[in-house]
Design a protein around this ligand. Sequence first.
Ligand code: PMP
Length: 419
Amino acid sequence: MNHLATERPLSAPAFDVAGIRAQFPILERQVHGRPLIYFDNAATSQTPLAVIDTFRDYFCRYNANIHRGLHTLADEATAAYEATRETVRNFLNAADRREIVFTRGTTEAINLVANSWGRANLKAGDEVLVSLLEHHSNIVPWQLLAAQLGIKVRVIPVDERGVLDLDAYRALFTERTRLVAVNHVSNAFGTINPVREMATIAHEHGALILVDGAQAVPHQRVDVRAIEADFYAFSGHKVYGPTGAGALYARAELLEAMPPWQGGGEMIKSVSFDVPTTFADIPHKFEAGTPAIAEVIALGVALDWVRGVGLERIGAWEATLLERATMAVSRIDGLRILGTAPDKAGVLSFVVDGAHSQDIALLIDQLGVAIRTGNHCAQPLLAHFGVTATCRASFAAYNTLEEVDAFVDALERVIGMVR
Ligand code: PMP
């Protein structure tokens, strides 16, 4: 595909990337007459045939509303939907499937915690710690509560590599700290945060920890009990599944004590105008209205697919891609990588002297390469590093070393054009 590919030895752990690619029809398409190189996986990953086929199967055979029908299709849809709850429980190693609440994704999961747990447990003057690495969806829900309840949002700083400063983190705790909200892996820089250690510190101070796992679950095995997460959120569309379905894990005793957030069908036991309305048991108390049934079922298939390939193997492969890309782009004159943590997932964020990130992304798209440019919904982090946008290439199981080389070639061409 690319001259560099034949010049440089392709040493890598054995990984059947061709076999994986064959399961992703979208990877066969051309963009502007060139083979698609899809390096925007941190925004949304592509879906394998097993997931795509799930939709066809569902709508051709058993499309029905769940939990309330006494007919075969409703039973089948309910069984498949609830089976995904077990799949997610197993995927996260949660103790109990009642600890898994389906949401539209990470954003909705965090908003659920803020609006249910937060409103019930936080008072004016209480403090929530968020890190400078957070995605806006783990900042703004807490800022909304700050405006409405008078809580304080305090920020865990990072060093010049984009690594959280754990001494500063420890020093931020006061007797008013109630919650730490931190991502497991940063979408903007790829930093993998020491959430296990952070959970221990939070718990020592009597605070809870919410972990935003949107960028972690596609790349590494997550065990919510081992990391002692109180809350853990993720989205299906970043882990080879569909948009519209994700999950919140929360310890059962927390969920039991939390009030409902959204009201409607499915989340009640009984409704009356005369005596208080009563609510369904967890997790259904938090699943008001008709959920994204096909999407949730397809999410289960995606998680099975990922487990089938093996998260350790995917993580190792992506590390190889990242290392090759990092080494190659480091040689480009005037290119600066943002996010140089020793512990990183497959995300390469960079800026180039004299070249606008937007121009780079637009021109490289003409060469068939999809990367993302912008603030990656992490404006405070980028502002801290003195930039408003970066280019970001992010990798998935189906990307190849040849694609990395072609991307670097394309990047060099594009930089030559815009400078
Ligand atoms: N957190 C992180 C770390 C993310 O990368 C994203 C998506 N870019 C989100 C939260 C929000 O996810 P969603 O839009 O699927 O709710």
